[in-house]
Structures are given as C-alpha cells and as structure tokens.
Design a protein around this ligand. Sequence first.
Ligand SMILES: Nc1ncnc2c1ncn2[C@@H]1O[C@H](COP(=O)(O)OP(=O)(O)OP(=O)(O)O)[C@@H](O)[C@H]1O
Length: 351
Amino acid sequence: MSEARRSGIRFEEVTVAYDGTVVLDGFDLTVEPGEVMALLGPSGSGKTTALRAVAGFVRPAAGRVLIGDRDVTGLPPHARDVGMVVQSYALFPHMRVADNVAFGLKARRTPRGEIAARVAEALEMVGMADYARRHPRELSGGQQQRVAIARALAVRPGVLLLDEPLSALDARLRSGMLAELDRLHRELPDVSVLYVTHDQVEALTLADRVAVMDRARLREVGTPEQLYRAPRRTFTADFVGAANLLPVVGAPGGTVRFGDARLKVASPAPSAGAEATLCVRPHRITLGEEAANVLRGTVTAVQWRGATHRVAVEVAGREVVAELPETAEPPAVGAEVPLSFAVRDGVLVDD
Ligand SMILES: Nc1ncnc2c1ncn2[C@@H]1O[C@H](COP(=O)(O)OP(=O)(O)OP(=O)(O)O)[C@@H](O)[C@H]1O
C-alpha cells in the first residue's frame, strides 16, 4: 500500500467570518505537493486568515481544508503536520536556540535520542549551527528569523506556512533571505509552501504560482509570468506590476479602438461596439512607430528614474505612461510624440 500523501493543501469553498463579517469568502485553492504558492494581496484582504485556517487557528464557518489526503478541518493545530513562521518570529525568549527548535519535537513526543539530531539538522539547514546555545536576545533579527524557520522545519512538516516572514527585516537582509528560502525549498522538494505577502517582488521571485486576493476573495491564480504578461483581471494587472489600463471599444476586424487609434491585441477582441479595458505594461511601450500599435499624443511629464525615464503622454484625454530605457535625450514636455507597442503586449482584462 502506498503511503498517505502528507503534502499539498486544498481549500474547498472555505468561508471564515469574525462577528458576522466575512473575511474569507468561498475560498477555493489547491497547492500541489512540493509547490510554493504565494498569497498576494493588499492589507486586510484575508491572506493571514487563509493561512490560519490551514494551521488550525481559525475555524471555517463553511468549507473544508485538506492537507495531503487528510481532511483537517476539525483537527486542532498540533495534529495537522504543519510548520509555521510568522513575521514577529515568536521565539520563546527564555529558551536557548536549540530548545526553541526542539519545542515542536518535544510536543510531538519525538524520542529523546532523535531530538538532538533533528535540531542539529534544522539549524544546519538555515546556517545557524554555531548559535545553538544562545538566547534569542543575543541574535540579530535575521538570525532570529532563521531560528524560527529551523523550528518550523524540525518537525519535518509536509506543509510550511510562512506569514510575511521577511517583513521585519531591512531591505538588504530581505533579499538575502529570499535567496535562502529559495535554496531551502530546493533542499526540501516535497514540502508545499504557502507564503503570505503583500510584496509583489517576494511573490514573483519565490513562488511557482501566485494567488491574488482582494476583499476576502481569490481574484486570480497563475504563474508569475502569466499574471505579469497576461493578467485576466484589472485588479491583478494593477496590483502585480505597473499597468496602463485604457478604456477601448471593440472595432471591426478583431481590433479595438482607443481614441483615433485602431489597435490589434493578443486577446480575442470584443464584439464591435463593446467596451473593454486594455492593459499595456509601461516598459513594453517604446517611443516611435516601430511596433504594430501606434498611439499619438502630447508629453505631459518626464521623470528620470535612474535606469529608465518615465514619460507620461496624453492620448485621447488619457494619460499613457511609457517606461523608456534611460536616454540622453528624453522627449520634452509639450512635444507631440508617437508611442508604439507590439500586438502581444496588449491584453484585455475583465473588471
Ligand atoms: N481575530 C480577529 N477578529 C476580528 N477580525 C479579524 C480578526 N483577524 C482578522 N480580522 C479581520 O479580517 C480581515 C482580514 O484579515 P487578514 O489578517 O486575514 O488580512 P491580511 O490580508 O493578512 O492583511 P495584512 O496584510 O494586513 O496582514 C481584516 O479586515 C481584519 O481586520
């Protein structure tokens, strides 16, 4: 008989309410065994609540949560086989590092002889083997976070839950830890990871797929490339990367009209006369008429941003932003300019 599956998470129509207010609404999502899924969304959108429903700290009003093959909806947290790391680390201050990491193992009645080896292994994984005898107050924020990760990994969970694990760290430490989390996951290829963040760079860097949340609901799920290159919804286009969102109208021949311009787009065009929203990423727009779709307008602002010039152009009463590679001669405010973008870089999104 094959061993029961321990990895993978399934949310089935999970609804959570606090005092009658729904904060997670019919949430449906599958995280495959070994997959890293980021939950990305603005503050208050329900990300942490979804994570806590997997950990067992909130009880859904409706729906089911499965970990691997097991329905865990009614199980207490300690019976769920998950490791969890929260943004505040939540290490026990009076315990040494090794005892913090051993905590979950003791709670699970792991044989004494095995505990020392598992603690050493977990500390080794996060590069903290030399710090076993220190107390948390003797560690930097980044080191404390590593210990918190070691503590979560020591129980060898099938599922690892990370709630904004890097948000308390400064920018440089954060990018170092991001690379390290990536390496850790390659060492633990069977562990499913659910990673809560409101930072799109973290989500796009680390995740195999990203689930975008807004106001208690799942809006869109896809690989980072899908969400970035071909978002299906206005919210995703706007939240994941910068976007020009232009109101267009379906025109004959599978094109759309924006002001005077007739544009070809990558998505199936709406029927003639139907309104739609076109998403074009600013850095996919070039100055000049080289690409298939050309817009003409008046430059209203130019900002130098180091590697790029951000040029705003008024076209048909709307501001269109182009992020151009830094140039010695950006266009002047007031100049009439053509902008263009390729067919593949225009996608229609739903509201
Ligand atoms: N224990 C609680 N009691 C009442 N309301 C709560 C409780 N926990 C969370 N909420 C509310 O539920 C909603 C969703 O919260 P949640 O923490 O899941 O959002 P989030 O997307 O993780 O936000 P953030 O990025 O700010 O952490 C918020 O409106 C929050 O105020």
